[in-house]
Design a protein around this ligand. Structure first.
Ligand SMILES: C[S@@+](CC[C@H](N)C(=O)[O-])C[C@H]1O[C@@H](n2cnc3c(N)ncnc32)[C@H](O)[C@@H]1O
Length: 239
C-alpha cells in the first residue's frame, strides 16, 4: 500500500515500508532521474548549514546518508548525527560512510519523537524527507526543541511544479514518465508516490509561513527554476 501523499496520521507505517523496499535502488534512481542535480542541491544545503559555523549537526530523515556525507566531506571536524526511521536506508548509509572513511553517527529515530534532549544541536537539516512526515507542525516543534537558541534549520525539498511552459514540460516528465520508469527499474510502485507527494506539498511561501507559525524566523530560496527550494529557519533566542 502506498502512503497517502499529504499529511496523514497513519502515514508512518506505509512510508517506512516503501523506503525499505526501494533502499537498494534509491541512490542510483536519484542520480538517474535528476541527472545528478540532486547532489548539487544537497551541496547547496550543506553549505547553508555550514555558514552558521556549527559544531554539532543533526541530519534528519538521512536515508542513505547523502547530505550527512556531503557535510562530513566539507567539514571533517563537524560532529554529525544522522537519523532515520527506516533501517534498510540506514544500512546503506553506514556502508557508504565506512567505504568513504567518513565519521557520521547514524541512528534509528522518528522525526516526530526525536531521541535527543532539548537545545542540543547548532543546526538541523533535512533533504527530501520533510514531505514524508505525517505531521509537519509536530516535526517543526521537535526540531525547534532540539535546536539551540539561534540554531539553524535547513530544509531541502522539491516544490509543486508551476504552470509555465517549462513547468508543463517538467510536469510531463515528473508526473507521467518518471513513475513508469521508476516502476520498471525498481520493480516498485513507490515512484507514483513521489509526484503525488510533491503536488500535495505546501508551496515554498506556505511552508515558510508554517515555519513562522511554529516559532522560526524563516526564509527560502528557489533552486533550479523553482523545482526545488531551500528553506532556512532560525530558532529565536527566546522561542
Ligand atoms: C526521500 S528519502 C530522503 C533521504 C535523504 N535525506 C536524501 O537526501 O536522499 C526520505 C527519508 O525520510 C525518512 N523518513 C520519513 N518519515 C520519517 C520520520 N517520521 N522519521 C524519520 N525518518 C523518516 C524515510 O525513511 C526516508 O529514508
Amino acid at each position: 500500500m502506498l502512503p497517502s501523499p499529504g499529511e496523514d496520521a497513519d502515514k508512518a507505517g506505509p512510508v517506512r515500508a516503501m523506503f525499505s523496499q526501494i533502499a537498494g535502488s534509491y541512490d542510483a534512481l536519484n542520480r538517474l532521474f535528476t541527472a545528478g542535480i540532486d547532489l548539487l542541491w544537497r551541496r547547496e544545503a550543506a553549505l547553508e548549514v555550514l555558514s552558521c559555523g556549527p559544531k554539532e549537526v543533526l541530519d534528519l530523515a538521512t536515508g542513505t546518508g547523502d547530505l550527512a556525507l556531503a557535510l562530513a566531506r566539507l567539514a571533517p571536524e563537524l560532529e554529525i548525527t544522522a537519523c532515520d526511521f527506516t533501517e534498510a536506508m540506514l544500512e546503506r548509509a553506514r556502508h557508504k560512510a565506512e567505504r568513504a572513511g567518513l565519521a557520521v553517527h547514524f541512528l534509528q529515530g522518528d522525526a516526530l519523537a526525536l531521541p535527543f534532549g532539548e537545545n542540543r544541536f547548532d543546526a538541523v537539516c533535512c533533504a527530501f524527507g520533510f514531505r514524508n512526515f505525517a505531521d509537519f507542525g509536530a516535526a517543526l516543534s521537535e526540531i525547534l526543541r532540539v535546536l539551540k537558541p539561534q540554531g539553524k534549520l535547513v530544509i531541502l525539498e522539491l516544490s509543486p511544479p508551476g504552470r509555465s511552459l517549462t513547468s508543463l514540460l517538467y510536469r510531463a516528465y515528473f508526473e507521467q514518465l518518471l513513475p513508469v520508469l521508476g516502476e520498471r527499474l525498481s520493480g516498485q510502485a513507490a515512484y507514483r508516490y513521489l509526484p503525488a507527494s510533491v503536488a500535495a506539498f505546501p508551496s515554498p511561501e506556505a511552508l515558510a509561513q508554517r515555519m513562522r507559525s511554529c516559532g522560526f524566523q524563516a526564509r527560502y530560496r528557489r533552486l533550479s527554476g523553482g523545482i526545488a527550494a531551500l528553506h532556512v529557519g532560525v530558532k529565536p533566542e527566546v522561542a
